[in-house]
Design a protein around this ligand. Structure first.
Ligand SMILES: Cc1ncc(COP(=O)(O)O)c(C=O)c1O
Length: 397
């Protein structure tokens, strides 16, 4: 007795990585450096710890499912500042819902949007990029949809080609996950691209989910646009849209498990209902600290400067090898090394842990795997350790 859909999901990439490297012990004189997981290691601001401690008398209270009014106000003020939204476009009381990191919200969005086929009818489609964040696959599969993988390759600027999605596919689509800046390639969708995706969502009545968890990590002079800007430029309606943000990357606080979703009131209400049935509400002390983090932009600029330094180091050390390019957003290198699994094993011998690109991609219908040649390198560590790892990569491959 078990859920067949759940059993059908493959191992999470990091479990596959553990198996791939199980028989290798890094050489003794090389302290391991983990660049496989997108877990920022910079220190979050000290006030985070202080606020959580100061609110330690709140453990005997159940927190509200959608977040406190103050948390939702702080999130909304940040959205207005960051994306230059017209004041009033986002109503904090009806359009914002706290979630335990974007992961939880992205997962819940599928349950909110997907009505599985009844009486043996065809499964609805869930569109997502390939390479893909595994949560999109798991969430839509468990909600009864069939994932449709849209190639995001160098040839199309590492974003799915919206014009290549057939009308018969769009007609069956109930959710479309867009990730901008994208993981792992760091591509940033421009306003016209997101507007087009939103128009498609409205024309074919599906939910566009914009995963913007890397929206504050960028090395360009101008910040990446977000889907709320597209909604604003199309007249301000939030219909058919949910956008997710997190403090995991922005504030180097992946352990806080704090993010939020923003969308049309009808969708947000369903999200809150689902949270009531399925999720542990975010603790009050976390919400209090999170509100303060959303209100502070200075620490985010400092973090961005650290990532820029690491990309400078990568550019200097790797030069034009492995198809190196400086991504517009995010904190990953997506390196073409010929054989991602072989390179990952070789690098672990010298104590550098990366992720084979093929663990983030699904095979194409012809059996090829567009991630197979790549490794993903997360520049999440301290500057010195990252520089050392980059030297080892350049020497070893
Ligand atoms: C594309 C993408 N979306 C969402 C997440 C989830 O992040 P969190 O739940 O910490 O906000 C990650 C984490 O690495 C990610 O890479």
């Amino acid at each position: 007795m078990a859920n067949a859909r759940l059993e059908s999901l493959r191992d999470y990439p990091f479990e596959r990585l553990t198996k791939l490297l199980a028989d290798i012990t890094p050489r003794g004189n090389t302290p391991p450096i983990n660049l496989s997981i997108g877990e920022p290691q910079h220190q979050p601001p000290a006030f985070l710890h202080q606020i959580v401690t100061r609110n330690s008398d709140t453990w005997n209270r159940y927190p509200p499912q959608s977040g406190t009014p103050d948390f939702k106000r702080a999130a909304t003020e940040w959205l207005e500042r960051r994306y230059e939204l017209p004041h009033g476009m986002v109503n904090p009381d009806t359009m914002v819902v706290a979630c335990a990191g974007t992961r939880e919200g992205l997962y819940m969005a599928a349950t909110v949007a997907i009505s599985p086929a009844e009486n043996g009818g065809p499964k609805p489609f869930a569109l997502m990029p390939n390479p893909v964040y595994q949560v999109y696959v798991g969430a839509s599969t468990l909600a009864g949809a069939e994932p449709v993988y849209l190639p995001a390759t160098a040839a199309n600027g590492f974003l799915p080609d919206l014009d290549a999605i057939g009308a018969h596919v769009l007609a069956r689509t109930q959710i479309f996950y867009l990730c901008t800046p994208s993981n792992p390639q760091g591509a940033v969708a421009d306003l016209a691209y997101i507007e087009k995706a939103l128009r498609l969502a409205r024309k074919h009545n599906f939910l566009l989910v914009s995963d913007e968890c890397y929206g504050e990590v960028y090395s360009t002079d101008t910040a990446p646009v977000g889907a709320l800007q597209a909604a604003a430029s199309l007249g301000g309606s939030m219909d058919n849209l949910m956008v997710f943000h997190t403090l995991s990357k922005r504030s180097s606080a992946p352990g806080l498990r704090s993010g939020f979703g923003v969308g049309a009131p009808s969708l947000t209400a369903l999200m809150v209902r689902l949270r009531s049935y399925a999720c542990a509400a975010t603790p009050l002390s976390t919400l209090e600290a999170a509100a303060a983090l959303w209100r502070d932009d200075a620490h985010v600029a400092e973090t961005r400067a650290l990532y820029r330094r690491k990309f400078d180091d990568a550019e200097r050390i790797l030069g034009n090898r492995f198809g190196f390019y400086r991504p517009a957003g995010g904190f990953y290198l997506w390196l073409d090394v010929g054989d991602g699994e072989a390179a990952t094993r070789k690098l672990w011998e010298v104590g550098v842990r990366v992720l084979p690109g093929g663990y983030l991609t699904r095979p194409e219908p012809d059996g090829t795997n567009l991630g197979q040649r790549y490794i993903r390198v997360a520049l999440v560590g301290e500057v010195e350790a990252t520089e050392e790892a980059l030297h080892r990569i350049a020497r070893t491959l």
